[in-house]
Design a protein around this ligand. Structure first.
Ligand SMILES: Nc1nc2c(ncn2[C@@H]2O[C@H](COP(=O)(O)OP(=O)(O)OP(=O)(O)O)[C@@H](O)[C@H]2O)c(=O)[nH]1
Ligand SMILES: [Mg+2]
Length: 444
């Protein structure tokens, strides 16, 4: 399979000034001879005709990257043609007629990974960079892609490896005169140093990971407080049913809201009240789940009625820590839209579209407070879990060292090392690789 050349359109679907088609294969010489009007020098943009027998499909700029100096590590051609989908598809068909096949999503990057051009963390960063929705996410993805993340992981892995070798030499050759006595203190110091480095990288990765995760905001409150109306104002469309009957919304309904190109989920929920209606009860259970899952809860109160003690108790009982109260219907109470100086509540009116921007501002601030430094990595959950796993094994190694269980200590170091190597894709299963590369777009 890996011997077959692959091809794909790498530019977006639709008409554009230019389109890009990529071809990668072990040896593209014969394909080049059959498809193009001339041969190419390595890494030099060259104008050529693309010929389908006697017909010229397009005149394009071709860049030929000779193996191994290419993205995939194989021979790679980039065809920069006219950005018309009929032109591009006819070129693609011609390439297929001449032995290439359509690439699967992420297959170019997968080949780059197998040819050791990039590690798995970098491959993931490629996909994250393409889908990054704001400047900060772009920066953090670039930090991961540059290899800095992998370099840090590698240097920690090296310390673990040498510490383990030190312990094992004592275990394996206890009688050997050449082998110095096990200096427990020095090994513990090394493990402590490794733990410090690891906790730094965990901190930087966790910060970056928040840029990658879609935040969820639940709109919760008593029936008729105006949750659905506010959701509709934010979405600027008639998405949820609004009515003066209480108990209108009976399910948790998730919508996507775009705020300055950052997509968040906003969840309309069933109003909270005591009820004997089974369907409504189930709806309220779902509201509780949405609360548990949300990054922030907007608790909606009808300002003309004010907040009741039972509602305050509800907020306390469900430990809704990260919440902001939205006093809605201020058109009835004559207040101005504003955020209270404590930041704890906001006055709005869905009916008159007052203060809706304040709600957006609060959501926006959740993103602006994330700082992206040179060492912030757009880490994925998979990577963070492995960092924690490595940390856990290091701690266990240290404990075993203290209690004199040197065998176990060395084994825990081995496991800490395996966890770090897995971040970079060493010993990856086919399932994991499929999962990662299948989420890429075609042509990358
Ligand atoms: N005056 C006034 N009425 C509003 C405002 N917002 C919503 N309403 C009215 O309040 C009623 C309930 O609104 P909904 O948005 O359906 O309330 P809800 O909280 O989703 O209610 P449930 O789905 O039953 O839990 C409707 O008659 C709305 O027109 C507002 O800002 N001012
Ligand atoms: Mg509703």
């Amino acid at each position: 399979m890996k011997d077959t050349a692959i091809c794909a359109i790498a530019s977006p679907i639709g008409s554009s000034a230019l389109g890009i088609i990529r071809v990668s294969g072990n040896d593209l010489t014969s394909l080049i001879n059959r498809v193009f009007s001339r041969s190419f020098e390595d890494r030099k943009a060259t104008l050529a005709n693309i010929n389908d027998e006697n017909e010229i499909l397009d005149q394009s700029i071709i860049i030929y990257y000779k193996s191994p100096r290419s993205y995939t590590g194989e021979d790679l051609i980039e065809i920069i043609c006219h950005g018309n989908h009929i032109v591009m598809n006819s070129i693609l068909n011609l390439l297929i007629k001449n032995g290439a096949r359509s690439a699967n999503p992420g297959e170019f990057s997968e080949r780059a990974f197998f040819n050791n051009k990039i590690n798995l963390a970098q491959a993931e960063a490629v996909a994250d960079l393409i889908s990054a929705s704001d400047q900060k996410a772009v920066k953090a993805a670039q930090n991961s892609l540059s290899g800095k993340f992998a370099k840090e992981i590698n240097s920690i892995a090296q310390i673990i490896l040498s510490t383990r070798a030190e312990i094992e030499s004592i275990i394996n050759f206890p009688e050997d005169d050449d082998v110095p006595d096990l200096n427990i203190e020095s090994i513990q110091t090394k493990i402590d140093k490794t733990l410090l480095l690891l906790s730094d990288i965990i901190k930087n990765s966790r910060e970056g990971a928040t840029l990658n995760q879609r935040k969820s905001y639940a709109f919760v409150g008593k029936p008729n407080s105006g949750k659905s109306s506010l959701i509709n104002c934010l979405l600027r469309k008639d998405a949820s049913i609004v009515s003066n009957q209480s108990g209108t919304t009976r399910d948790a309904i998730e919508y996507e809201l775009n705020i300055n190109n950052k997509i968040v989920n906003i969840v309309d929920t069933a109003g909270i009240r005591d009820t004997n209606d089974d369907v409504e009860k189930e709806g309220i259970l779902r509201t509780l789940k949405s609360i548990a899952y949300a990054d922030k809860v907007f608790y909606i109160v009808d300002d003309s009625k004010g907040i009741e003690d039972s509602e305050k108790k509800f907020i306390e009982k469900h430990k809704i820590k990260n919440h902001i109260i939205l006093y809605n219907k201020i058109d009835l109470t004559g207040k101005n839209p504003h955020i209270h100086s404590s930041g704890e509540y906001v006055c709005v009116s869905a009916r008159d579209n007052l203060g809706i921007n304040l709600i957006k501002k609060i959501i926006e601030e959740d993103f602006s407070c994330i700082n992206v430094s040179e060492n912030t990595y757009l880490a994925r959950t998979r990577q963070i879990e492995l960092l924690y796993k490595s940390q856990k094994h290091l701690n266990e190694s240290k404990q075993n060292m203290t209690s004199g269980n040197f065998d176990f200590s060395a084994e825990e170091l081995r496991l800490a090392h395996v966890a770090l190597s897995s971040i970079l894709g060493q010993n990856s299963t086919k399932e994991l690789l499929d999962e990662i590369f299948n989420s890429f777009c075609i042509g990358k």
